[in-house]
Write a protein that binds this ligand. Structure first.
Ligand code: SF4
Length: 343
């Protein structure tokens, strides 16, 4: 089927038909088609700053809010991350999934570079890029006194911006290099490369779990190669090993109403393989390029997320530990308590 001209039907596990929008009908929303421009141009238009040959940095709205004293990210209230000192980056834009909910332009494939930058260069260039992105706050009358100076020295790196970071071959060394600079490291992976997960030791490791069956995985995450579901399952076992090594572990579920927001017992069964410290159940957000594929109605309301999360908690033996309504996320833990990261 030509996806550019025909609506795609997706079968949920409940067998109802879900319509995913064809990419062509809303190109005017962006003023261009993502398939028709280069990845570098796309990045620039989306506010990314390049850091070296293939890494990218982008500030998020929570950094701005924290800088101006008008709010903080849920990572701050859940885990003690200082939002205006958080560096959001990726060492590669490559990815082996095309998740329907991804806010990145999955329509534009990123290629591996001819030569990979070394970790020290990425650390240096990413901090430099972040400093450049926040320059405007230096003279801003709205910025909280002292926050700009603090923000120049990031205290946390979120390796989760775009793309799948485990494709960067020197990822273990990159994690260590950030830690040597005094940063805590949050790393989010789609779980398709368990071999790499075995080698890394970030402060907090997230594995995404967005389906309970191979069929749901195909429909929601749209893997580009075979056997990736099996790899994700293996990563759940690796997550348990990482926890034993002292890494804080998280399973993140991105819940898309009508697609994967069901089968709570199935999620619980898989979660029990990993026994993560925390489970984040977060609604799909109708932002970025996901608007080419999904409707606003695919976003769940906060009470719906809370109810879905509570059912998973009940099946898995976890407890409600907190929530953030602006981010539409609920966090669960075994004890119902949360704890801050420390360097
Ligand atoms: S794994 Fe992450 S980067 Fe890749 S398509 Fe899915 S959401 Fe986007």
């Amino acid at each position: 089927m030509d996806e550019s001209s025909s609506p795609v039907s997706i079968n949920s596990t409940k067998k109802e038909k879900i319509s995913v929008k064809p990419p062509s009908d809303e190109r005017t929303r962006f003023g261009y088609s993502p398939e028709e421009i280069s990845i570098d141009e796309l990045m620039a238009r989306q506010g990314y700053a390049k850091a070296g040959a293939h890494s990218a940095v982008k500030t998020c709205s929570w950094l701005k809010n924290s800088m101006n004293g008008t709010g903080v990210c849920y990572k701050s209230s859940f885990y003690g991350v200082v939002s205006h000192r958080c560096l959001q980056m990726t060492p590669t834009l490559m990815c082996n999934q095309e998740c329907v909910f991804c806010w990145r332009p999955t329509e534009v494939p990123a290629q591996a570079p001819e030569e990979w930058d070394l970790p020290d260069k990425i650390v240096e260039e990413s901090i430099r890029a972040q400093r450049k992105l926040i320059t405007g706050y230096g003279g801003s009358p709205n910025a909280v006194l002292g926050h700009y100076e603090e923000a120049k020295s990031p205290s946390n790196v979120a390796i989760s911006l775009s793309g799948e970071p485990t494709f960067y071959p020197h990822l273990p060394e990159l994690v260590s290099a950030y830690e040597s600079e005094g940063l805590t490291v949050f790393l989010v992976t789609n779980g398709t490369q368990p071999e790499m997960l075995r080698k890394i030791k970030p402060t907090q490791l997230y594995v995404s779990l967005d389906a309970t069956t191979p069929e749901m995985y195909e429909e929601v995450c749209r893997p580009k190669s075979p056997n990736l579901w099996e790899k994700v399952m293996e990563s759940l076992d690796v997550l348990k090993e990482k926890k034993a090594e002292g890494v804080r572990t998280v399973i993140r579920i991105t819940a898309v109403k009508g697609l994967n927001m069901m089968d709570e017992a199935g999620y619980a069964e898989l979660i029990q393989k990993a026994e993560p410290d925390f489970i984040e159940v977060k609604s799909y957000m109708h932002v970025g390029f996901s608007r080419l594929r999904l409707e606003r109605s695919n976003m769940a309301e906060q009470d719906e997320i809370r109810e879905f999360a509570q059912k998973i908690a009940d099946f898995a033996g976890y407890q409600y530990a907190g929530e953030s309504e602006p981010s539409r996320v609920v966090v669960l833990s075994k004890s119902g308590k949360l704890s801050n990261v420390s360097i």
